[in-house]
Structures are given as C-alpha cells and as structure tokens.
Design a protein around this ligand. Structure first.
Ligand SMILES: Nc1ncnc2c1ncn2[C@@H]1O[C@H](COP(=O)(O)OP(=O)(O)OP(=O)(O)O)[C@@H](O)[C@H]1O
Ligand SMILES: [Mg+2]
Length: 412
C-alpha cells in the first residue's frame, strides 16, 4: 500500500516555505522536500505584488520539487492577513430515534454554517467542538448513538474574499492549486502544541515578520483565532530609524545582537558595524539597540494580552502561552511575554517530524510543518504525482485513521 504524500506551502511575510512529506504507517511524518525562499510581494500577511509573490512562491516550490523528486501540483496554503473574524454557531438536525451516522453529522455541520456572512467574506474553517443529543451535552463522538435531535456546536472562522482571491491567484500563477487554506495560527498550533496543553487550555502566539497570530485551545478544541498585522519587521524598521541604518543591516543587527529585555543588558556591552558606503566602523551601545527593541516588543505583547482578554478565555489558560515563529527566537522574548501577560510562557518548535528536518526544526517553521498535519486531514484531495513513475500516490484512508485519531475533529 502506498503511503500518502502531503504538501504544505506557507506564504509568509519574511519567507516562503514549501514542504513535501510522506506519512509513514499513518503516524510518522517524514519530510522529503524543503524549499525555503525569501518572501517578496507580501506585506503583513497580505499580497501587495502578485507577480513578485508568485515568482517567490514558484522558486520555493521548485526547490521542494528538486529535493523531494516529486512534482507538486497542489498544496495546503497558509492564510494570514485576511481580516479574520470568528463566531460561534450551533447546527441542529432531526434524527427520529435511529442511530446517528456520518451523514447526520455532516447535515448538522451544514446547518451550523447557515449564518449571515457579509458578501465580501468567506468561511475558511468550521471547527466542531462538541455535540448535544436530545439535550445531553458534552458528547465527543455522536456516531452510533441513538437520538431524536442532534446539535453540534461549532466555531466558524471567516476571512476577506479579496485577500483569499489574491493569494489564490499568486499560487495559481506559480502553477499550484490551493487544495485548502488554513489560518496561520491553526497550522502553527498543530505543529507545536502538546495534547496536554490543548486539553488544559493554551494560547499559541506565532511571532512572524509581518503578523502576530493567536489561537486559543480549550478542552482540546480551538475556541478563538486571530491575526494581528504587526511583527518582527516593525522591530527591524524601528532599529533602522533609531540607529539610522539601512533596513537589511538593522535586520542583521537585530538577529545578531538583539534582546527583548533591557534590564538584562550590561552597560558596557557594545558592538561595531560597517555600513555600506562608509569607510570606518561605527560603535553601537547594545543597550541603545535593546531599548528600541524592548519598546516595540512590549507593544506587541500588550496587543497579545489584549487579544487574549478580548477572546474572553483569558482565565482558561493554565498552560499559558506557547511562543513560536521567527520572533520567538529572540533572546528575552519568553521573559518579556511572561512579565506582560502574567501567564506561563514557553517557546515551541515543530515536533514529531523525521527526515530532512535540520532546516525546519525551528520556531519559524511551525506554520509550514503544521500545514502538513492539516494536509493529512484532507488526504483525499491532496495527491501529487511522483515524478519518476507518474503513478498516482493515492493515499490510503485506513492508514490515515490512526493519525487522524489524535488530530482534533476539524473539518475543512
Ligand atoms: N534569531 C532571531 N532573533 C530575532 N528575531 C528573529 C530571529 N530569527 C528570525 N527573527 C525574526 O522573525 C521574523 C520572521 O519570522 P517568520 O519567519 O516566522 O515570519 P513569516 O512566517 O515569514 O511572516 P508572517 O507569518 O508574519 O507572514 C523576522 O522579523 C525576523 O527578523
Ligand atoms: Mg508565519
């Protein structure tokens, strides 16, 4: 039996990542192909230049094809700056006393989607949280049970149609079909969070280049998600302005000497930089740099805190916050996040992957690895052709079952 091949495409504001993986024995994710390219034409998660973005996507895809030996025709694609909004909705259907089957669950989910959505928005996720049969709440798996009335509680996430349309066009121009969109923080959560954290209550915070994404998990399910259009690029441009440096130098200085907590930096620390066009090197006090960084990171963390409060689930997060994304690599970030939010914080990177992992075994690749997990959920529509044989790598549903077991019941 052939094992499913899945493809994830993370179109980030800083980098574009394409991953090809094989699901072995229904549980092991073996990464076969990696294509990481600097991003272009994407700002704060939104497409601002279709041709530039599409070229960068094509380069990333080609790299992944070359490393994996597979021809990529479709992928699960991450979605970020789409003015996301989410709402709770309940679906109800009659059963008339017989045994509930999959069809009834689909009907209930359909009915939950019958809500008024503005014409310029699209549903991207319908997340099922729990079922109620004849008034009895807290049912996790209704199939096989008897009842007269089946209710499903869902969380519906919508995004702006034009943002979705532009991203779809970029990807299509690179020769790839979007098999599904997955909201950035939901992908990152899938790659980074443990089962225990999700059950206890946790917020995943993905600190990207142009966006900061949040998803909140309670009782094992997603209860809230949002994307804020601020990120590490703002920190770099503050440094560029404050220290009067070109943006690329500011970015490098941030990565080499950056820190999020001013109190942790000694007064005597300094470094030298040589900027293009100038003869001699300039000495910079590290405290001056960190002062600039701290101010902006504090602002971002305050926005994270407000967003968590706004969700209404701030008191339901005993597992605290898991930071991921490139920004989570900044020293002191964990400490600052803890100080501002008052919650326990850890830094998370993608877990449970084998194969070509050295380039992606870091927080910045949480979203792309998470897309692979999502792709598996929808294996049937995510097939690609092996270049060598030209034979269809049809995924085996039965094999995917075990893996699906630990993935939450999320529908496309
Ligand atoms: N070691 C590091 N220290 C500080 N910041 C870092 C480090 N490594 C990466 N970053 C920052 O992380 C950001 C990029 O993160 P990431 O790769 O997760 O973004 P992205 O996924 O491309 O963007 P987005 O998700 O916002 O669309 C940049 O601002 C970069 O400067
Ligand atoms: Mg990202």
């Amino acid at each position: 039996m052939e094992e499913p091949i899945v493809v994830g495409l993370d179109v980030g504001s800083s980098k574009i990542v394409t991953l090809v993986a094989r699901i072995e024995n229904g549980t092991t994710m073996r990464v076969l192909g990696v294509g990481i390219e600097p991003s272009q034409g994407i700002r704060n998660g939104n497409v601002v230049d279709i041709n530039a973005a599409s070229d960068a996507i094509a380069r990333s895809i080609e790299k992944a094809e070359r490393t994996s030996g597979y021809e990529i025709n479709s992928a699960i694609v991450s979605l970020a700056g789409a003015q996301v909004s989410s709402t709770n909705s309940k679906g109800i259907v009659g059963i008339s006393g017989r045994v509930i089957d999959q069809e009834d669950v689909y009907r209930a989910l359909d009915s939950a989607q019958a809500i008024a959505i503005p014409h310029n928005r699209e549903i991207i996720h319908v997340i099922q949280r729990g079922f109620i049969i004849d008034g009895q709440e807290g049912i996790r798996q209704p199939i096989g049970m008897h009842g007269y009335r089946l209710e499903v509680e869902t969380h519906i996430i919508t995004a702006s149609s034009s943002t979705i349309g532009n991203l779809r066009q970029c990807v299509a121009q690179a020769g790839i079909d979007v098999s599904d969109f997955v909201l950035n923080p939901l992908a990152a959560g899938e790659a980074v969070l443990t089962e225990t954290e999700r059950n206890l209550g946790v917020a995943i915070v993905d600190l990207g280049g142009g966006t900061t994404d949040i998803a909140i998990y309670v009782n094992g399910d997603i209860w809230y998600a949002n994307v804020m259009q601020i990120g590490g690029n703002h920190v770099s441009s503050d440094i560029a302005q404050g220290l009067r440096l070109p943006l690329d130098v500011a970015e490098e200085v941030k990565i080499q000497h950056g820190h999020a907590v001013l109190d942790d930096i000694g007064g005597s620390e300094s470094f030298n930089i040589v900027t293009f066009g100038s003869e001699q090197s300039t000495k910079i006090e590290r405290r001056e740099l960190v002062n600039i960084i701290e101010a902006r990171v504090e602002e971002i963390m305050q926005m994270v805190e407000q967003e968590i409060k706004r969700s209404g689930y701030d008191v339901m997060l005993p597992a605290g916050i898991v930071l991921t994304g490139g920004g989570a690599e900044m020293p002191g970030m964990r400490k600052l996040a803890g100080k501002i939010t008052g919650l326990p914080v850890r830094v998370g990177k993608p877990e449970n992957i084998v194969g070509l992992t050295d380039q992606i075994n870091n927080p910045a690749c949480a979203t792309s690895v998470g897309l692979l997990h999502w792709a598996l959920l929808m294996t049937e529509t995510h097939q690609i052709m092996p270049e060598q044989s030209g034979k269809d790598t049809k995924p085996q549903k039965a094999k995917a079952e075990g893996f699906l077991g630990w993935l939450r019941k999320i529908l496309p």
